[in-house]
Design a protein around this ligand. Structure first.
Ligand code: ADP
Length: 415
């Protein structure tokens, strides 16, 4: 089956075409046939398209909404210019898998999208006002363009974390607030944490029950996950993706009293404070320079910029703190896994996070760490390290495609 995987943001649309099926999943031999990204939907959009094995194409066009963007993508996919093997017309796209950010308590696994599911995602908008409306736009657009005959599946960022116990997901606020409004920790990046755990099992030859690991998704958004017996036991993001680690523009954990203090001292409204916490904090806020880790590392190295160093140090210390917390919560772990743009590509950050954790049995191998870059997968711990360290480049799209096939064929998900 050719699956179109869609990930719609407020002004962006990312896609991949992946050929997969139940037997290909079993053999782990799927093919990525094409991928692309449309940015700045709503104005002069920037379009990047790439068929497998061919150079990427960059274009610009005024695309007024997600429907226009998807229309553009679909026309390209079936065009003679793209020449994607096995795809000549719309009928060659057999199903669509959507990344949906928030599934709340309602969606604990991937589901085929019908009216009731759409209503459920709409009901969740108040928990993810930035993300779910964009995901819905992608769903509406795909339905309109592909017709009701093409099944669509929603894969939720939150669903992997639905196994968390109450002791992990409840905030210590009056219980009736949870009952009334479902205020609790949901966690995000679930598909990425799930993928890292799945690959770990393959590499280490472990069964689900034997999988006790900490996964660190370090990208623009960052989160840690404690995976106990193959399931999410705790995670650093919360009701929204604001809690936990230091991120590109989000500060993560903070004393909630800071909000009132800010309102009082700076005369800020709730929505202005929300903007500070979501868009002006984290690496950007601390450094005053950029939210981009690669650029910060360069500033620190080339110009010895004090605030760049401070931002990176705080970033690394927060990750260490969560590693320590999760090792305690799980009574130890067999491995720590790095993924996401920073986790996959920055040997320096991996080294800085792991240095000083030797007492906990975490020993990084400098040579292995230095060699593992640019999307490569492998182990970076010393031979005798009690806690193993791995780099596993994430592949959320593959899991979305697999979940789509399984949902359409009504096959059980095994991990
Ligand atoms: P997103 O969360 O938006 O998917 P990514 O996972 O692509 O983002 O991560 C983006 C982050 O990864 C940026 O901060 C970027 O600077 C960082 N990054 C990418 N490559 C490197 C590198 N070689 N060294 C350090 N940081 C890097």
């Amino acid at each position: 089956m050719n699956i179109l995987v869609l990930n719609c943001g407020s002004s962006s649309l990312k896609f991949q075409i992946i050929e997969t099926d139940l037997d290909l999943i079993e053999k782990d031999t799927e093919t990525q046939k094409a991928k692309g990204l449309i940015e700045r939907i709503g104005s002069q959009s920037l379009i990047t398209l790439q068929a497998d094995g061919k150079p990427s194409i960059k274009q610009a066009a005024p695309l007024r909404d997600h429907r226009a963007a998807l229309d553009y993508v679909v026309r390209w996919i079936i065009s003679a210019e793209a020449q994607i093997p096995g795809i000549r017309s719309l009928a060659d796209i057999h199903a669509i898998g959507h990344r949906v950010v928030h599934g709340a308590e309602k969606f604990t696994k991937s589901v085929i999208i019908d009216e009731e599911v759409i209503k459920g995602i709409e009901d969740t908008i108040e928990l993810a006002p930035l993300h779910n409306p964009a995901n819905l736009k992608g769903i509406y657009a795909a339905r309109e363009l592909m017709g009701p005959g093409v099944p669509q599946v929603a894969v939720f960022d939150t669903s992997f974390h639905s196994t968390m116990p109450e002791t992990s997901y409840l905030y210590a606020i009056p219980y009736q607030l949870y009952r009334r409004h479902k205020i609790r920790k949901y966690g995000f990046h679930g598909t990425s944490h799930r993928y890292a755990a799945y690959r770990y099992r393959k590499i280490a030859g472990k069964g689900r029950e034997e999988t006790n690991v900490i996964t660190l998704h370090l990208g623009n958004g960052c989160s840690a996950c404690a995976i106990k017996r193959g399931e999410s036991f705790d995670t650093s993001m919360g009701l929204t993706p604001l809690e936990g680690l230091v991120m590109g523009t989000r500060g993560g954990d903070i004393d909630p009293s800071v909000l009132e203090f800010l309102a009082h001292k700076e005369g800020m409204s709730i929505s202005e404070i929300d903007t500070v916490l979501n868009k002006q904090s984290g690496l950007l806020g601390l450094s005053g320079l950029t939210n981009d880790m690669r650029d910060l590392l360069e500033e620190e190295h080339e110009h010895q910029d004090r605030r760049a160093k401070l931002a990176i140090d705080i970033f690394c210390q927060r990750v260490k703190k969560y590693i320590g917390a999760y090792l305690a919560e799980m009574n130890g772990a067999d491995a720590i896994i790095f993924t996401g743009g920073i986790g996959e590509n920055s040997k320096t950050i991996r080294q800085r996070i792991c240095t000083g954790l030797e007492w906990l049995g975490v020993e990084i191998d400098e040579k292995r760490n230095n060699e593992l870059q640019h999307g490569k997968e492998g182990e970076i711990s010393k031979a005798g390290s009690k806690v193993k360290l791995y780099v596993i480049p994430t592949n959320e799209e593959l899991l979305i495609a697999r979940d789509t096939v399984r949902s359409v064929k009504d096959a059980p998900r095994r991990w």
